[in-house]
Design a binder for this molecule. Sequence first.
Ligand code: PEP
Length: 245
Amino acid sequence: MPRKLAAGNWKMNGTQADLAELAAMAEASDAEGPEVLICPPATLITAAAQAAPAMAIGGQDCHAEPKGAFTGDLSAAQLIDAGATYVILGHSERRDAYEEGSDDVRAKARAAQSAGLTAVICLGESETEREANNTLDIISGQLAGSVPDAATPENTVIAYEPVWAIGTGKVPSLEQIAEVHDFMREKLSQRFGEEAAKNMRLLYGGSVKASNAEGIFAIENVDGALVGGASLKAADFTPIIKALA
Ligand code: PEP
């Protein structure tokens, strides 16, 4: 069984003053328990890595190219240089606001993995797609399109994040989460073999909080969570880390 992962996505939130929250979260991280990852804004990666050495630190996006005239972007090597070991890719906010498709996500994931980062590849259906009973088709397409052929359990984590559950307080039923996670495990097994698929961590994301974490983590193919709002404060994130222990 792979080591569980509690991952936090701070999005465009946080300044130096919030590093104290990280130090408090780090107290809940130990080598015996789940791995804890925080993806702060890029401006805080170096300071976060120094403030919380027991935790992993990640970026929230990277460019597919290693360097060049891409104003405002960051390469995978730059994230590593700043102190990151992970990067979130294909978050629905980027797929939506920046029109990133699965081909873009796969190119970024390839760049991240070749540079030495672990890619947290996000996918999930919209509310309309779920209502039209297209969830598994969407997941199948995004999984096939976004995950590079060179994916391994070490360089890849998959996060199932139904778009309609992100930041909304709406959460799929435990049966719906289980159905998608079982499906992803099976698809990964067909593509990468049973052993690799078994060890590739599958996170659920979308309105995870202390009160629903235990139920979600009891689902067989859920290996952790990608958490947005509830990862900003130690008081909210620490119980989620503990629920995974
Ligand atoms: C996210 O943005 O990845 C996320 C899961 O957000 P929230 O936990 O706030 O729904």
